[in-house]
Design a binder for this molecule. Structure first.
Ligand code: ATP
Ligand SMILES: O=c1ccn([C@@H]2O[C@H](COP(=O)(O)O)[C@@H](O)[C@H]2O)c(=O)[nH]1
Length: 232
C-alpha cells in the first residue's frame, strides 16, 4: 500500500516540542513497519506564518514570502527526519517529485516540504500522491475535517463526513480569495483539483493527536472527512 501523509505544521510543530515530533516519527515508523510505502509532506505552521508576516512588513513580495514559507516547511521536514530511524528514511529532503519518487522506489520513507511558490504543502501532498500513484492521501490538520464554513469562525459549521472531489473543489473555490503567502484553508484549490483529476482517495482529519493518523491508516478508524472520486 502506497500512502502519502500530509502533516500540517500546525499539528507537527504548533510550538517547538521535540516530544511531539517524536510521537509523529513513531507513527510514521509504525506505518512503515506495517508495510506502507510512505511519502510524508510537512507544512510550515505558525513558524512559517511568523516569518512571512515579518518579511511582509519589511516589504518582501509574495514570491519571496512563498520562498520563505518553503524554506520553513523544509526546516520542519528536517526536524521530523531527525526523529526518524536513519535506516528507514531517506536522509535528504527532496526538492521535487522525481527525487521523492526515486527514494520511494528504493523503499525509503520520504519526508519533504514545499516545492515551488504560489501553493501550499496541501498541493505538494496531492501532487506527490498523484506522481507516485499512491493508494491513499491523508491530511492531518488542525481541524477535524472539511466543514461547510470555517469551524474556527462559525460555531454552526457542520462537518462533511464524505464528499466527492468535485464537491471539494467547489467548496474551496467558493471560499478562496486570491491567495497570499501563509493563508489558511482546509485544503487549497490546487490540491483539491489534483485530487479530483487523479481520482485518489483522500481523508482529512484532526492530527492534533498523532495517533489518529495511525488509526486512520491502519484501521480505517477516524472521524473526519472522506473525499471520494467523482463518478463518470
Ligand atoms: N470550510 C473549512 N473547513 C475546515 N477548515 C477550514 C475551513 N475554512 C477555513 N478553514 C481553516 O483551515 C485551517 C486548516 O488548518 P491549518 O491552517 O492549521 O493548516 P495545516 O495545513 O494543518 O497546517 P499549516 O499551519 O502548516 O498550514 C484551519 O485554521 C481552519 O480554521
Ligand atoms: O510548495 C509550496 C509550499 C509552501 N509554500 C509557501 O509556504 C507557506 C507554508 O506552507 P503551508 O503548507 O501553508 O504550511 C505557504 O503558505 C506558502 O506561502 C509555497 O509557496 N510552495
Amino acid at each position: 500500500m502506497k500512502t502519502v501523509v500530509s502533516i500540517g505544521g500546525s499539528v507537527l510543530v504548533p510550538d517547538l516540542d521535540a516530544g511531539r515530533v517524536a510521537e509523529y516519527a513513531d507513527v510514521v515508523e509504525s506505518l512503515a513497519a506495517a508495510g506502507h510505502d510512505l511519502g510524508v509532506v510537512v507544512g510550515g505552521g505558525p513558524t512559517a506564518r511568523e516569518y512571512i508576516g515579518a518579511a511582509r512588513s519589511l516589504g518582501a513580495n509574495e514570491g519571496e514570502l512563498d520562498q520563505l514559507g518553503i524554506d520553513t516547511t523544509r526546516l520542519n521536514a528536517r526536524l521530523l527526519l531527525a526523529a526518524l530511524d536513519e535506516d528507514l528514511a531517506s536522509p535528504t529532503v527532496p526538492t521535487n517529485y522525481e527525487e521523492a519518487a526515486e527514494s520511494l522506489h528504493r523503499d525509503r520513507v520520504v519526508v519533504m516540504g514545499g516545492v515551488v511558490p504560489a501553493q501550499t504543502t496541501d498541493a505538494v501532498s496531492a501532487a506527490l500522491a498523484e506522481y507516485v500513484d499512491a493508494d491513499q492521501l491523508v491530511f492531518a490538520t488542525s481541524v477535524p475535517g472539511v466543514f461547510d464554513a470555517d469551524p474556527n469562525e462559525d460555531p454552526d459549521a457542520e462537518r462533511y463526513e464524505e464528499m466527492t472531489a468535485g464537491e471539494l473543489v467547489e467548496l474551496v473555490a467558493r471560499g478562496e480569495s486570491l491567495g497570499s503567502a501563509g493563508s489558511n484553508a482546509p485544503i487549497d484549490l490546487l490540491a483539491a483539483k489534483v485530487i479530483e483529476r487523479s481520482g485518489i482517495e483522500a481523508i482529512v482529519l484532526d492530527g492534533t493527536d498523532p495517533g489518529s493518523v495511525g488509526r486512520a491508516v491502519l484501521d480505517d478508524d477516524f472521524e473526519g472527512t472522506r473525499i471520494t472520486p467523482d463518478h463518470d
